[in-house]
Design a protein around this ligand. Structure first.
Ligand SMILES: Cc1cc2nc3c(=O)[nH]c(=O)nc-3n(C[C@H](O)[C@H](O)[C@H](O)COP(=O)(O)O)c2cc1C
Length: 186
């Protein structure tokens, strides 16, 4: 007996495609990695907006949202940022660099809030088939000067964003038994 291939209409095909492409949170967490080589292909506006939206929806203490995400696309500026990131050249090769700025650095929660927002972006980027890398090694003064960021604010991290041009390597992590304890510290 031969089975006839199922004929789907346009709506059904779209539904199936969306279902196949659906990524769950744990999968995004597993697949996220630091990408240190990027293709020069531009980041489509739609994907960039999804990544930024993931930050916008992130929680913050008292829902303060005291942050600014600067999107840098100009090549010359990206190269200057790479220099300010202690010469990490790959930063400037990503087609987009997002610079995360805390607007109330005096607040106890400023850096924590930004860290959550940045991590939301790294995970959304995975769903968009994009790569990112947290950049914490940079000169605060230089980045502020390049982007004309007022002195009173604080740059928390840079986040290059683009299509990965390198290969994934297995994650090296401590065993769960080393980092989790139950009821008591030991
Ligand atoms: C706060 C923070 C700062 C980091 N700064 C840098 C950096 O300046 N340059 C870099 O190449 N990676 C940086 N990383 C990436 C870490 O090295 C990386 O996350 C870690 O080695 C685990 O690898 P994975 O991200 O591929 O899982 C940073 C990560 C964090 C969370």
């Amino acid at each position: 007996m031969t089975l006839k291939p199922l004929k789907l209409n346009k709506g059904q095909r779209k539904l199936l495609k969306n279902f196949k492409n659906k990524m769950n949170v744990f999968e995004a967490i597993k697949n996220r990695r630091s990408v240190r080589a990027y293709k020069s292909d531009p980041v489509p506006e739609k994907k960039l907006n999804k990544v930024l939206e993931a930050a916008r929806l992130a929680p913050s203490a008292h829902n303060a949202q005291e942050w600014k995400l600067m999107v840098v696309r100009k090549e010359e500026t990206r190269k200057r940022l790479a220099k300010a990131a202690l010469g990490q050249d790959f930063v400037g090769k990503a087609p987009v660099v997002i610079v995360a700025v805390a607007l109330n650095p005096e607040s106890k929660w400023g850096a924590i809030d930004l860290a959550i927002a940045i991590d939301h972006m790294t995970l959304q980027a995975v769903e968009e088939d994009l790569g990112t890398c947290w950049i914490g090694a940079f000169s605060q003064e230089e980045v502020k000067e390049i982007l004309e960021i007022p002195e009173k604010y604080k740059v928390i991290a840079l986040l290059p964003l683009g299509f990965p041009a390198d290969k994934s390597v297995p994650k090296t992590r401590k065993d769960i038994s080393e980092i989790v304890s139950y009821e008591h510290f030991k």
